[in-house]
Design a protein around this ligand. Structure first.
Ligand SMILES: C[S@@+](CC[C@H](N)C(=O)[O-])C[C@H]1O[C@@H](n2cnc3c(N)ncnc32)[C@H](O)[C@@H]1O
Length: 261
């Protein structure tokens, strides 16, 4: 999986992402997009796993709105686990919502431990989609759902120079794969009812709003917290991201798949 040792999501990055995407969120769309991922699936009394729970916004939202029996968020960055735990406490959901630090690699839970495996824009960091799909399938109970959002790519093989420039500017450990790769990985793991819902058109518009907020209303407040150099770099990341959203190489996508009964 090759996640680097240093923090990918440090304090400045978290401040900026929360300013753009909302308290507790390190990915686009906030609670509305989480609801879209989950759709009308019934989570009441379900045991839920959130892979790559970040600073906890999605898991806390699920705990507050979907009556799961439990939701466990896992992340490889300890500072994020601490922030997520504090968010759950602040929202009085710690009794059902906890966060654990994990190492990269197979997920440390017994087969059938969860009824729903959720993930929001985190499995991009896990390069081997076949191993991931097998692992999620193993953790699910019969009939359980994998409900996720992720950033996919619209090409096979090497990225274009424009896409490579965006990936380099992000500086994050991305393991991008196409919709075809996800589809094959889910099928190979034994999933059924596989659905992939393209979100490129929505995010292409939304990313422009985010970029204009960063350069406009959010700029002065963020300047004192993260500094001008960081802010300029991130505005440049957004510009490069908008270019590859427009070209279709960057494809945010919702993924849903069910383990057979
Ligand atoms: C873009 S953030 C999204 C966080 C959160 N899901 C949200 O939507 O706000 C990606 C998260 O995935 C975590 N991550 C990266 N590699 C991981 C892995 N192998 N296992 C679990 N989490 C991972 C990162 O530390 C980070 O918190």
């Amino acid at each position: 999986m090759g996640v680097t040792e240093e923090l990918e999501y440090d304090e400045s990055m978290i401040s900026l992402l929360e300013a753009v995407w909302g308290k507790g969120f390190m990915s686009p769309g906030g609670a509305d997009e989480v609801d879209r991922v989950l759709g009308n699936k019934d989570l009441s009394q379900a045991r839920v796993l959130d892979i790559g729970s970040g600073i906890g916004g999605a898991a806390v939202h699920i705990a507050l709105t979907r009556q799961p029996s439990s939701i466990t968020g896992i992340d490889i960055e300890e500072n994020l686990v601490d922030l997520a735990t504090a968010l759950a406490e602040k929202n009085n959901v710690s009794a059902i919502c906890d966060f654990q630090w994990v190492e990269t690699g197979p997920l440390p839970f017994d087969p059938g431990s969860f009824d729903i495996v959720f993930s929001k824009d985190s499995i991009i960091h896990i390069a081997d989609k076949f191993a991931l799909a097998n692992d999620v399938h193993r953790l699910l109970s019969s009939g359980g759902w994998f409900l996720a959002s992720d950033w996919l790519c619209g090409y096979e093989g090497e990225p274009s120079p424009q896409m490579q420039a965006y990936i380099d500017a992000e500086g994050l450990d991305f393991g991008l794969a196409s919709a075809e790769v996800y589809q094959r990985a889910f099928e190979a793991a034994g999933f059924v009812d596989i659905e992939l819902e393209e979100r490129n058109a929505w995010y292409r518009t939304q990313a422009r709003v985010e970029r204009d907020n960063l350069a406009g209303p959010l700029y002065d407040e963020l300047l004192s917290r993260v500094g001008g150099d960081f802010l300029s770099r991130e505005i440049d990341v957004w510009d490069k991201m908008i270019a590859v959203l427009d070209s279709g190489e960057h494809r945010p996508t919702l993924l849903r798949a069910r383990k057979k009964l």
